[in-house]
Ligand binder design. Structure first.
Ligand SMILES: *[C@@H]1O[C@H](CO)[C@@H](O)[C@H](O)[C@H]1NC(C)=O
Ligand SMILES: *[C@@H]1O[C@H](CO)[C@@H](O)[C@H](O)[C@H]1NC(C)=O
Ligand SMILES: *[C@@H]1O[C@H](CO)[C@@H](O)[C@H](O)[C@H]1NC(C)=O
Length: 255
């Protein structure tokens, strides 16, 4: 009986050992595909011309909107934010669940002190169990008016979106607003007077006002979209005489 129990105990120990080994292999395999993406975000004043006027806007890497980040679910993002602007700044990864990396979330004076002019801060976080298109933006004052961009999370390599039909082509659409004034001055004025901040001078799609505004850029493409799970924000589309944008399922994209 004792011998039998010993054999059982040994078997039990062995099976636990093999189970552990299997689990270790499985997690190593699933991590093998995960990548780490390194980016540098240089936050700086950049001349941007919209509505016939040039503004010294705060941008990331001189781009407005800022760079589109593309990752796969499970990947890690390492973004070094270098502040060459005259304002304090932080970057928020909107919608990303920060798993044990709360200090990478970005809201100033909530999860971190802002990055001072001349300073830098490296955001590092892993995207787990999320896929789809999110966005990143400045989370200090109204810098987000010009400091923002898309964050696209593709499914893990080898897997697909949880829809029966997979997208044939993907295009990020960023809706925004443009002020002819410095957005920081607009919000500071509102804080000083107690009034509402001045309304923006144009609505933008991918950083461009449409052809209804003067000095809009020439090149224009039109896509038709079926909007799925819009989540509540529906852009107010104005009638555009040149291309038919009256159909609610159409969005005109300006490049
Ligand atoms: C800028 O950030 C520093 C800390 O990082 C803080 O002490 C200072 O008050 C901030 N300035 C403004 C105008 O928010
Ligand atoms: C806000 O609008 C008023 C009225 O048009 C204008 O006088 C003021 O300069 C604007 N403020 C800023 C910060 O642009
Ligand atoms: C566009 O320019 C024309 C001619 O200069 C001007 O009359 C008009 O008010 C401008 N429209 C806008 C929206 O600025």
């Amino acid at each position: 009986m004792e011998v039998f129990e010993n054999i059982f105990a040994i078997n039990h120990r062995f099976s636990l050992f093999f189970l552990g080994l299997l689990l270790l292999l499985a997690s190593a395999l699933s991590l093998a595909n995960a990548k780490t993406h390194y980016h540098e975000f240089v936050i700086q004043a950049t001349p941007v011309k919209r509505l016939c006027k040039t503004q010294n806007s705060i941008t990331v890497n001189g781009m407005f909107p800022g760079p589109t980040l593309e990752v796969n679910n499970g990947d890690t993002l390492v973004v070094n934010a270098v502040n060459k602007a005259q304002y304090n700044v932080t970057i928020h990864w909107h919608g990303v669940r920060q798993m044990r990396t709360g200090w990478a979330d970005g809201p100033e004076f909530v999860t971190q002190c802002p990055v001072r002019p001349g300073g830098s801060y490296t955001y590092k976080f892993t995207i787990q169990g999320q896929e789809g298109t999110l966005w990143w933006h400045a989370h200090s004052s109204w810098l987000r008016a010009t400091v923002y961009g898309a964050l696209i999370i593709h499914p893990r390599e080898g897997s697909s979106y949880p829809f029966s039909k997979q997208p044939k082509r993907e295009t990020a659409i960023l809706l925004g607003e443009w002020w002819n004034a410095n957005p920081i001055d607009v919000v500071r004025e509102a804080a000083r007077t107690g009034g509402a901040p001045n309304v923006s001078d144009a609505y933008t799609v991918n950083g461009q006002p449409g052809d209804l505004y003067n000095c809009s850029s020439q090149g224009m493409l039109k896509y038709s979209f079926k909007l799925v799970e819009m989540g509540g924000l529906i852009p107010k589309l104005k009638t555009n005489k040149k291309v038919d944008c009256t159909n609610q399922l159409s969005i005109c994209i300006f490049h």
